[in-house]
Every structure is written in C-alpha cells, then in structure tokens.
Design a protein. Sequence first.
Length: 417
Amino acid sequence: MNMNLPNKRMLGINGVGRIGKLTLWNHLNLKYYDGIVINAGREIGKKIDDIIQYLTTDSTYGTLDRFLYGVSGKSCDVKVLDQSECIIEMNGIPVRILKKARNPRDIDWSKNGARIVVDCTGKFLDPSLPADHPKGSLRGHLEAGAEKVIVSAPFKLGNSTQKIPEDSTMLVYGVNHFIYTPMKHHIISAASCTTTGLAHMVKPLLDTEETARIITASMTTVHAATNNQNILDAPPEAGSKDLRRNRSVFNNIIPTSTGAAIALEDVLPEIKRVGFMADSIRVPTSTVSLISLNLTFRTELSGNGDPVINRNFLNDLYRKAAAGAQKGLLVYSDAQNVSTDLMGREAAIVIEGHENHTRTGFLSLDVATLKNYGIDAAQDLNLPVTHAKIFGWYDNEFGCYVNCLGRLTKYIDKNLI
C-alpha cells in the first residue's frame, strides 16, 4: 500500500515511547495530517495486534477510545490495512510502523512522504553532529528526506563551548515560535515540558512594566517520574554524577537537576541578566508537575505607602494573560487544585492563584555604601523590594508538552516552502 500520495500531508515520528505515542494520539485527535509514519526502530511484540494494543492503551491516560471520545461510548475504529507493510488505520488516519532502522539517516522518510519528522527518542540531541555520525544524528533525518526535524527535548551540545548552529533554534509555542524562519531553520528543539511551562509563567511578567524589573529568580519543579528513572534501586553507570536517579522511583522523593533555567535563556533572552536558578524534585506520581517560581522585584509604593506589586496585582496580571495573548496556553485558576485535577489539561501552564503570595521589605543602603558606588547622598536610602512566590501546574506529558509540541508542528508545517 502506497502512503506517499501527492498533496497528502504526512508526519514522521521517530520513537514510540511516552512522548512518541502521545504525539500520535494528539495528531489522531487534531486530524491535521492525512497519514502518519512511526519509526519504532525494532520489532514490537509478536504480531501486529501487539502493536495495536500498545498504541491504543495507556496506564496514565487510559484507552485511546476514552482519550478521544470521553465517556460517550464512541470507539476509535482501528483496523489493519496492510499486515505485511504494518499499516493500520486509526481514527480514519493510516499509520505505518517502520521497524528496521535505528540510525536516522537509514529511515526512508522520503519514500514515505514525511516532510516533517518529530524525533521523540531522546537519543539525538546535538544539532552540530554530521549526518554520517556513527551513532546517528538529527541531521541524518534531513539526509533521509525530511525537510524539518523537531526534537522533543532541549538541545544538548557535546561541547559546552559550542554554539547552536545557525540552522537550528529552540522554540516554545506561544512564547517565541514566531522567530521561526523557514529558509533558515531546519532543526528545531521544542525545549522541555518544564521550560515550556516556565516560559509561559515568566512571559507575562516580562511583558508588564511593573514586574519586568526582576532582581533575582529561581524555580523548583516538583516533577512526576519519567522513564529515565529506575523502578527499583540499581547501581549507577560508570562516571555517573547523579547517584539519586538510580534509586527507586516508587519509594522516594528525589532531588535532582533540571536544565530549564539554561533553556529559558534561549527562549526568553531577556532573562539572561537575572541569573536564573532552577532545580527539580522528582516524586512518585505518573504525570502532572508543579513549578514553584520565586522572584524578587524592585517595586514602587502607592500613595498610601503600599507596594504596587502584591498578590492581587500578580493574579490580575495572569488573569489578563489568560484572556489575552496566551489564551488557551496559560490558564488562571482560583480553585484549590491537586495534581490529578490537571491530568490531560491542554495548557502550557495553569496558574494556581490561590497559593500565590508576596512579601515586601526594604533594602537599606547607608550613606557610606552609596558613596562606594559613586552616589553622593545626604541620607540613607531604603528601596522597596517585593518577593513573590507563584505556582503553576503543568501536565508534563500530554496536556502541556505534547499539546504545545503538536501546535508547533502544525505551525512549522503550515510555513513549509
């Protein structure tokens, strides 16, 4: 059966793990593409029915029927179109499963008509590696016939002194996706789930005059478990720096690192002057994570001596963002939520307004200190400074990340030349 037909939109997905499968589900729901080609890179189960079972069930989000149609009772029709070619039809869309090649340059995207490939393997993150790199590379997809490659993770350069190549960029849909240049950008990172949620939290602050003057910033993400953690304790690999990642995900709260702060600087360059810090705490839940964003602002005082930046000011700021430029991507909530309330919620971030709070103090600079900085002052100076804690939920698998990844994929597809 030939799926590469003229005037048909075909999407390629490399990898069928958590993000790969949910990316398939997302596009089965959107019905933007006429066909989807998934490269599994290996055999799955014993027969095609085993592949179908894997693709239509999920321990976190339930069955594909429930995902697409809720409790209506309607079923997602799945049938085998060509068993020898491993082509099935899902929700009216033909899906081909490729099982031979693991190196991107060996996947025949051209033959299958896939102009855009979403790489969800997590294995190929360095856009500087050549197409013929022995361990495979993102550029291999381009050599295999793809025109654009979207990576479902932040770039990771092999050398920290390197810069991202000119034909590569990192985009978060709804924050900086508009800088995409079709003639220039061919390898695109969709950042991470945490960077996506964090960028949508920070953007309204930078866009507002009163809160754009950030003095310090840090965040902690209380993050659901991921597949790079161990089910039970295991010995770390040789040279491993993070010994906690090998501890049981079932039984522990695990402090670890996150690259969200560094990635945020690529997405929102204005944040570079702040010196943003970030860390992560892994908890034994299957999805939905929580960002605790801590910021210090230089603030003004109102006529009656109250700080301009307070809890109500921040909550109103996010209410306006939710109804304005970030509508559908940033959601404001006054409810007292717990994590399962946000599972599957299609939003980059859900602001937990009930928990947001501020405290204002004064930075005291005496005359002698001011003179050390070349300021001739007759009296001590007291500068009002407001510290704020802002909370935001994000479904780190489907609702936040895969949803934004799907929107970005459509945007790039619509701008293909």
